[in-house]
Design a protein around this ligand. Structure first.
Ligand code: ZN
Ligand code: ZN
Length: 405
């Protein structure tokens, strides 16, 4: 397999991992994902159980568990090494060809990802502890669709604030949990979402800048050697000789050539990750919530989800549902999916369900509002400014149902 094929396969594997976050259980990709991660391991475990009493898979799964379900800095070190190694190879080769402005931009472009990596890794992603619990409860109101009041985290023994999630790797609940990110060895949540976005943006800018700068230096070298050659192949210039000129230049300065190629190939991937993240911001969801919405959408399509209206100014148990004065919207309906396809029934000892009147089946996500979506600008401001106040309560907000997302 040639190096190019290896790079393509590497990128495909990463993309599969990244985009499988948005899996839908009814798609062929979803079926493939389940086969790889559920059915095959089950089969292997069963065979090992029979042959060795489960010794091989037991040891293997302890190792894999440590890799997957415990915090460890392997990927952070790998990411750091890629950044540092790339710069170490690129800069000495490129420096003599650069103007003072290009040098200045390069120094800033190099410094920013390290800064944001440090801020994203080093800070508190919004861990919910007994001390911070009250603050995190006050951040977001319950939407009564994805997040219902009165639910406890069984591990942390604390009421789950709206938009929070227990992370099995960090082993704590995280406020406005987005996802656990191996690149920073930490959850992305309320406390570091802004640094995570800044890290993605600065890394995307760095790889693009490095790629473009390297390509422009290399093309200058080629033009000196092959008169008549230009970046856009001139008419009559064969594709073969055009590519031969590129590979000549890359081999002539292998470290500049390799890092330029690497930056050029990884840059689209980083931009794709950035846009994927910004898309969630646009939709007013976290990665965690977008998974929950798609599950709820499937329950709706199967006829297992029910809704009933919530009256404004209703009585509330402030012990489990604190008021969230900064959020400009109140929930208007309860949405609940049941296990048996029958309207919800409240049993003894269960937390109460808000809303009044009869339950109605809801079939489509577009009939439900996402009250955490206040429009891209406000969604983004909520990430970047701590305790961002949206101003007075607004009746008309640019709601988008998340079915568009
Ligand atoms: Zn927890
Ligand atoms: Zn985590």
């Amino acid at each position: 397999m040639g190096p190019f094929a290896k790079v393509v396969i590497f990128i495909l594997i990463i993309s599969f991992g990244v985009f499988s976050l948005g899996l839908n259980r009814h798609t062929p990709i979803g079926a493939l994902h389940r086969t790889i991660w559920i059915h095959i391991p089950k089969f292997v475990t069963a065979v090992d159980q029979r042959l060795t009493g489960g010794r091989i898979t037991g040891g293997l799964s302890r190792g894999v568990n440590r890799m997957l379900y415990d915090r460890h800095p392997t990927v952070v070190i790998f990411f750091f090494a890629l950044l540092f190694g790339g710069e170490y190879m690129f800069l000495p080769a490129a420096w003599p060809h650069m103007s003072w402005l290009a040098k200045l931009i390069a120094l800033i472009a190099i410094a920013l990802p390290y800064t944001f990596l440090y801020l994203a890794c080093g800070g508190d992603p919004g861990f919910i502890t007994a001390e911070t619990h009250a603050y995190h409860m006050s951040l977001y109101p319950y939407d009564h669709a994805l997040f219902h009041p009165g639910r406890y985290c069984e591990t942390c023994k604390l009421l789950k604030p709206a938009r929070s999630k227990h992370c099995s790797i960090c082993k704590r609940c995280v406020a406005k949990a987005d996802h656990h990110c191996v690149f920073i060895n930490l959850c992305v949540g309320h406390g570091n979402h802004r640094w995570f976005l800044s890290l993605l943006l600065s890394t995307a800018a760095l790889t693009s800048y490095g790629g473009l700068l390297g390509l422009s230096i290399l093309s200058g070298v080629i033009k000196n050697r092959f008169p008549g050659w230009s970046v856009w192949p001139p008419a009559g210039y064969g594709l073969n000789s055009y590519l031969v000129a590129w590979s000549w230049a890359m081999e002539r300065d292998i470290s500049l050539g390799a890092t330029t190629l690497f930056a050029t190939l990884t840059s689209p991937l980083v931009w794709a990750l950035l846009f994927y993240t910004l898309y969630h911001v646009y939709c007013g969801t976290t990665t965690n919530e977008s998974l929950k919405w798609s599950e709820l959408g499937e329950d709706m399509a199967d006829g297992y989800a029910f809704t009933r209206p919530i009256r404004r100014g209703r009585e509330r148990d402030f012990g489990i549902e604190p008021s969230c004065s900064r959020w400009p919207v109140e929930p208007e309906m309860v949405v609940i999916a049941t296990a048996d396809g029958q309207p919800p029934v409240i049993h003894q000892g269960m937390p109460p369900i808000a809303g009044e009147g009869d339950w109605e089946r809801v079939w489509k996500l577009k009939n439900v509002e996402n009250m955490y979506d206040l429009g891209f600008r406000d969604n983004l401001a909520d990430i970047f400014f701590r305790d961002y106040a949206f101003g007075r309560a607004r009746d008309e907000l640019p709601f988008k149902s998340h079915h568009q997302c």
